[in-house]
Design a protein around this ligand. Structure first.
Ligand code: PBG
Length: 326
């Protein structure tokens, strides 16, 4: 019988040893908090499928944003829900549209204390719930008509104070068109975080309640990626970098750690990952049943996303995690 000389357990023996050799550490600045602001609300409203997450009024939005900033989060990303929706999503780029109002208010409150991002898409603003205007036969989203809309939305968002615009509609050419539009408007200094590899995922289900953005017919498979494809994520990432993306995102995160790892191995820009609504809802639901240890599961899920290679994590637990790390 031969006993091992190589014993991995030696470095696990005490908490101090484990801490010394810990490779992945979380920091409050790693996290970006998604926030929903709904036009016409006077009180925040709970999102049933995302316990702990709310749709906000302008006032309550400012309160939770202030709490996130005080906790030290790296950024905020704002989603708007307008009262009036139409075929082309006109409220997305209206100067007094809800998201523009929110960006102006938050910029005034927080200045440059944290990074203010705007999700750039039309699904919350169109009456059919797709991410851009439809083709004349209404069978799918018209890519190039949508690009012109995104250019205008990007201008409105940077004018309202966004440090970063984050296009999430998965239209071909969206990053290039947005770069040109905001440069021409005098905002060459504003960054683009591209939702570069965004999959057509069942894990967005609860978000569509929060953002009231479920498509009224069909699905998003003609523009978002097939979950079965890995190489295509690289094609999307390099296309966005060619068009001027400053940072790239993989979304969802937990079921796509291989994609995060491949992307982060190959690019020299910051890589973000979005721990989406379904990932949040699964852990909260299991924890509420007593089937899983809530805090440990949250920390493990987020640590794994960082270990895979994402340096920035969009997560609905951003404030809670940041506070727990202080
Ligand atoms: C908008 C958008 C979506 C999410 C972020 N931006 C929904 C979608 O594509 O249907 C999902 C975020 C989440 O599930 O937490 N296009």
């Amino acid at each position: 019988m031969s006993f091992p000389t190589d014993r991995a357990r030696r470095l696990r023996r005490t908490a101090a040893l484990r801490r010394l050799v810990e490779q992945t550490r979380l920091h409050p600045a790693d996290f970006v908090l998604p926030l929903f602001v709904k036009e016409g609300l006077v009180e925040p409203r709970d999102v049933v499928s995302m316990p702990g997450v709310q749709q906000h009024s302008l006032d309550s939005l400012r309160t939770v944003a202030g709490e996130a900033v005080a906790a030290g989060v790296g950024g905020l990303i704002v989603f708007g829900i307008p009262e009036h929706k139409d075929a082309t999503g006109t409220q997305a780029d209206a100067e007094d549209g809800i998201v523009q109002q929110a960006l102006r208010a938050l910029k005034g409150d927080i200045g440059d204390e944290t990074v203010l991002m705007a999700d750039l898409c039309l699904c919350e603003y169109t009456d059919h719930g797709h991410c851009g205007p439809l083709t004349t036969d209404r069978s799918t989203v018209d890519n190039d008509v949508t690009l012109m809309r995104y250019a205008s939305v990007a201008r409105a968002q940077v004018e309202a104070g966004a440090d970063v615009v984050a296009p999430s509609g998965m239209m071909d050419g969206q990053v290039g068109v947005i770069r040109d539009a905001i440069d021409a408007a005098g905002y060459a200094d504003r960054a683009i975080l591209a939702y570069a590899s965004k999959y057509s995922s069942a894990f967005y289900g609860p978000f569509r309640d929060a953002a009231e953005s479920a498509p009224s017919f069909g699905d998003r498979r003609t523009y978002q990626m097939n979950p079965a494809n890995g190489d295509e994520a690289l094609r999307e990432v390099f296309a966005d970098l060619d068009q001027g993306a400053d940072a790239v995102m993989v979304k969802p995160a937990g079921a796509y750690l291989d994609v995060i790892a491949r992307v982060s191995d190959l690019v020299d820009v910051p890589v973000a990952a979005y721990q989406v609504s379904g990932e949040y809802a699964m852990i909260e639901a299991a924890a509420a049943q007593g089937w899983i240890e809530r805090e440990r599961a949250i920390t493990e899920s987020v640590t794994s996303i960082k270990r895979a290679g994402a340096q920035t994590i969009l997560t609905y637990w951003a404030t809670e995690l940041a506070l727990s790390l202080r």
